[in-house]
Structures are given as C-alpha cells and as structure tokens.
Design a protein around this ligand. Structure first.
Ligand code: ASP
Ligand code: MG
Length: 418
C-alpha cells in the first residue's frame, strides 16, 4: 500500500468541528487507496495553557514532569481524531509516542529522535487498520520517561514518520495555504510559492517565517522527504499548497525567492577593544557559554591614538535576540572584570530588526547585494550591519523601517510576479 503522512497543526484541530473537517481529508486519502499516518498537534492554545500550569505550580520545575504535562495535549487530539474516523467508518486507532515507540534522547523539552521502529504500526496496517493517528511532539526516553521535542515539534514528528515509513509525501496542514514570498500581513503583494527548495525554506524558517519548525526542514532535506504545506480550511488536491523539495526539482530560480524578517533583534557594540590575536575568542567564548545566540558580527579595525600612544583597537559589533541582551551584558561585564577583555563602553541598541533576501539563484547570479542596498537607499533606510551567506543577504536596520524595507525589497526583486 502507498502511504501518506498527514499532519494537522493546532488551528486545524482547534475544536471538534475542525477535527471532523480534518478527518474528512484523511478519509478522502484512504478512499484514494492510501494507508495514512496522521500526526496531530494539541488543540490551539492548549500547549501554552499546559506550560502555564507547570510554571504556576513549580518555578524551577522538574523537566521530566514538564514533559509529562505538556505532551498530554496531543494525546487528547489523537484519541478524538481516531474516534471521529471510526465514526466515519474508517478503521483507525491512536498511538501515543511510547506505544509506537518513538525513541528519543532524554534531553527533556528538546529531545531528539533515536529511532522509530516500524513493527507495531506495520502489524496494525496488515490487520486492516487504514489510519494510525500518532500524537506529535512527543517520544519516550531510554529511561522510559515521556519526552517532548521543543515547541512546534509535531512538524518534525511528521517528517520523521515520513522518512521511517517511506511515505510518498508528507502533507503539513495548517492555517495558511502555503509558503509565501514574504509575510502577507506586512506586504500585500506577497505571493504564494508553488515550490521552494529545502535550503531556502531552512533560511526562511530560521529567519522567523513560522510555517515549519526548522528541524523538520533539516530532517526532510537529509532524508529527501517530499514536504508539502497546505491549508486545512480549503478544498485541496495534490497540486495545492507549496512543495518544499530538492533544488533539482525546481526548474528555474530567480536570484531571490523570498524576503524574511526578524523583529526581535538587538545590536551590541563593544567600543575600543584591543585588536590582537585571540580577542574575538575572548569575547565570543563567554557569550557562547552564557547561551547567547550571536548572529551577525562586524569588526572594524583602526589605529587609534589611545591614551597617548598609538595602538591597534577595534569596535566589535554583534547582534543577538532581544531577550538575551541581559545575559550577554552580564557575560561581557564579567569577562571585563576578570580582565580577559577590555573595552571603553558597551552600547546596546534594542530598536533594530533584521531583513534578509533569500534565494538559491544567488549562487549563479551576481549583484543581489548591490540591488538590495540600492533599494534600501532609495527609501532612505540606513544599514547598520550586513551579513551574507551563499544564498542569503541580511541587513540590520532600525526597527521602525522594517515593514517599509520588506515591501521595498519585495518590489525590487519583483517577487510579486511568478
Ligand atoms: N503543541 C506543540 C506546540 O504548541 C507542538 C506542535 O504543535 O507542533 O508547540
Ligand atoms: Mg506549528
């Protein structure tokens, strides 16, 4: 039997009517001749509520009990979905992570897959069951404790099952009808993409386009899982939505496929740092230890007349998420107190945002950065920091210009036309 994985996110199973709607979609695929593994999220809002209950009960909570509580949202949906399918005459049953079993590491709330043996589900399919409804986001550790994969983890569960069971496709049903050139809430001209390469999707996912959990895209890329994002609120067929696929399956790429942004960025500058071998390590080592996710880095080298004599000094600027600024400051001040680094001033700017253009076509087409900078200049947007990779150019700008910049770049690269 050909097999499909169908994943339904929180808004697609938000109440009993929506579960029934999702079950209809599953039934249709069964009628087309597929065995189906359905992966469900918790009903929307449920996981947040469960997390809240844990935090209200215990400030420094036991991570194992946190997972036991927050994994329960998916159990409810899995059972309800199986019941609904049975009511429709579809032979289905629910599976919690430990029953499959979905074996994971014991890194609670950030667990990774170890293995997903096929025997139990295969035996049920062989018995005549058409649908296995599996609770997403969860697994079981070697110690036999319930684990979770991190927020948004059901996407990753879906891709892992598609890989383990050689599924024809992994369909991710959500509340948007696909992946867009940019956020339609910011840019009215945003266009839905028919296809996007894994690598582009990875950049967009990690840059804050929240359609898919980043890890799910990494996994799909590694195992070449055909991944599709589509709406559970519309009538869909095998051409709906956006296919996330291998670069080779995309006929021709524009230089830029999408514009991403991230609002919660902060810029930190260490003013007048001694310019010597080892200084970057002395700064970024403590930041890494403090768990600060440093993103962009710029270093300016200059000879300065400093306290009466000429010496090589530099300003070191980097960006990190806004909510990590306090941690970053503490780590740097401690390093300064321990005399492993010295600086005159530490300047924090929390009013910045990152805007990026992404596209695999950049590898073969030149001038993308220049075109980006020209478009921003035409809108009088000042660029504070620049970073590039093979398929991405990012700039840090004042947050108040973020939406304007996204729109200007969308126009400059003509992303509204296919
Ligand atoms: N319910 C979990 C969350 O809200 C996992 C998921 O839906 O993907 O993060
Ligand atoms: Mg999600």
């Amino acid at each position: 039997m050909p097999l499909l994985v169908m994943k339904f996110g929180g808004t697609s199973v938000a109440d009993l009517d929506r579960i029934a709607n999702a079950a209809e979609k599953v039934k249709r695929e069964v009628e087309r001749g597929y065995d189906v593994i359905v992966i469900v999220s918790a009903m929307s809002g449920k996981t947040n509520e469960l997390v809240g209950w844990v935090e209200q009960t215990s400030h420094l909570y036991d991570a194992r009990e946190y997972d036991a509580v927050v994994a329960s949202g998916e159990n409810v949906t899995a059972g309800l979905m199986a019941l609904r399918l049975q009511e429709m005459g579809v032979p289905a049953r629910s599976w919690q992570g430990w029953q499959v079993p979905i074996n994971t590491t014991s890194a609670h709330s950030a667990a990774r897959f170890v293995s997903i043996p096929r025997e139990n589900l295969d035996a049920k399919f062989a018995e005549g069951f058409k649908v296995a409804v599996v609770a997403g986001f969860q697994g079981v550790s070697e110690e036999g404790r319930i684990t979770t994969l991190g927020r948004g983890g059901s996407d990753t569960t879906a891709v892992a099952f598609a890989a383990a069971f050689d599924a024809e496709r992994c369909d991710i049903y959500t509340d948007v009808d696909g992946v867009y050139t940019t956020d339609p809430r910011i840019c009215g001209k945003a266009r839905k993409l028919d296809r996007i390469a894994f690598e582009e999707m990875l950049e967009l996912a990690s840059l804050g386009a929240k359609v898919l959990q980043t890890r799910s895209v990494e996994l799909a890329m590694r195992y070449k899982v055909k991944l599709r994002v589509l709406s559970s609120f519309e009538d869909t067929d095998e051409n709906s939505g956006t296919l996330v696929c291998d670069e080779e399956d995309i006929m021709e790429s524009k230089a830029v496929s999408g514009v991403a942004y991230s609002r919660d960025e902060a810029k930190i500058t260490l003013v007048t740092v001694e310019d010597r071998p080892g200084i970057a390590a002395a700064i970024f080592g403590p930041l890494a230890e403090a768990g600060v996710n440093v993103d962009m880095i710029v270093q300016n080298i200059s000879e300065k007349n400093y306290e009466g004599h000429t010496m090589a000094v530099t300003d070191m600027t980097f960006s990190c998420p806004t909510n990590q600024v306090a941690r970053a400051k503490k780590a740097l001040e401690e390093a300064r107190a321990a005399k492993t680094i010295s600086y005159d001033d530490l300047v924090v700017d929390t009013e910045v945002a990152k805007v990026s253009v992404v596209g695999i076509g950049m590898r073969s087409q030149s001038g993308v950065a220049a075109r980006m900078f020209a478009a921003l200049a035409a809108e009088n947007v000042n660029i504070k920091v620049i970073a590039t990779s093979e398929i991405k150019v990012s700039v840090l700008i004042d947050r108040k210009y973020m939406e304007l910049a996204v729109q200007a770049l969308h126009d400059a690269f003509a992303l509204d036309v296919a």
